[in-house]
Design a protein around this ligand. Sequence first.
Ligand SMILES: [Cu+2]
Length: 403
Amino acid sequence: MIALLVLLCLILLVIVVIQIGRISEVAGMIRGEEDIERDSNYWNSRLGLVFMVLFLLASVGSAIYYKNYMLGYGPHEAASIHGLAMDQLFNMTLFFTGIVFIITQIILFWFAYKYRGVKGQRALHISHDNKLEVIWTAIPAVVMAILVVFGLNTWNEIMQDIDPDGDHIEIEMTAYQFGWIARYPGADGVFGARDYQQITGRNPLGQVWEDPANHDDMHTNEIVLPVNRQVKFRLTARDVLHSFFLPHFRVKMDCVPGTPTFFVFTPTKTTEEYRRELSKYAEYQVREDPNDPTSPMLWETFNYELACAELCGTGHFSMRMIVRVVEEAEYKAWLENQSSYYLTSIRNTDFDPFKGMEIEIDELSEASEGGDEEEETDLSDYDELEAEAEGSGSLSEVNTNID
Ligand SMILES: [Cu+2]
């Protein structure tokens, strides 16, 4: 109903505009074109000034009004160490471009007013002005140089690899149309080998099951990170370009098929801490569903999220994954509850090269039952397979370890 009314209003508005156009056309014929033009110059230049003032007020006003919803302001301070430097950089850029924006808008509308068409006034022609050209080349050049130098510096700091002495965790993320597969390396801390030719519905990452490092690797349906611990995300994609975007941590990196990338950062706020921060602001002290007084408060429903930031196809919007940042103890407890993909989906099926054999992972999974020492399984097949896969083409993702 409302849509219909809006449509009706729009149609009427168009008719009104057309009618006004016709009236002024007829009036022009009666009074003469020149008078009309002078009249319209007079009004347009003044209305332009009014528009400029309203537009600038609305720009600044809306920025202030929506401040607490924007990343970098209010409760949305970066939740990672490097994120603070990034926010500073953004603010510095906003400061310089903001000044330029306001000055150029004022000049634009002021000139349209000052140099409007007036009877008898002729335009002045200046072929060139050296002084003016030096000024408007030099000032932007200096400002751009400052922004680029600061930007490069910050970028180089952020793009460091892991701290070799530090204690960090590693997670591998594989993007596909349309979703993410998160892989944790398991107790051995090593990701098993991958071969893109082995990707099937049952083996979505193309893990080479002959590689024992794969046996304890876990696929998880959320990302859980311990707070204040460095994390290295190894990123890759299975089909097209995707982008690994964690807005609250100021993390963004492309996922490229066949070319592993990575991002290292340290989260500094748990999900709970972030929620508590949000709860201090009026914007988040409302019900999630305003019509339902029993629904949770908006701040209680907050979650960090992973989104795909590369328009990768029709299902792009659905590439969301929840990220939880928790205390170390909770992280350990969660990790212990995760089970290896090999054990849950592959072990002793037709896809298992060790079907029917006893291998090390069985011992680990039955550690509590106290199994005895197993004989080493012959893994020579695996080496052969790896060598074959490595030479098999540009898209080979045999091993995503990129140290
Ligand atoms: Cu995507």
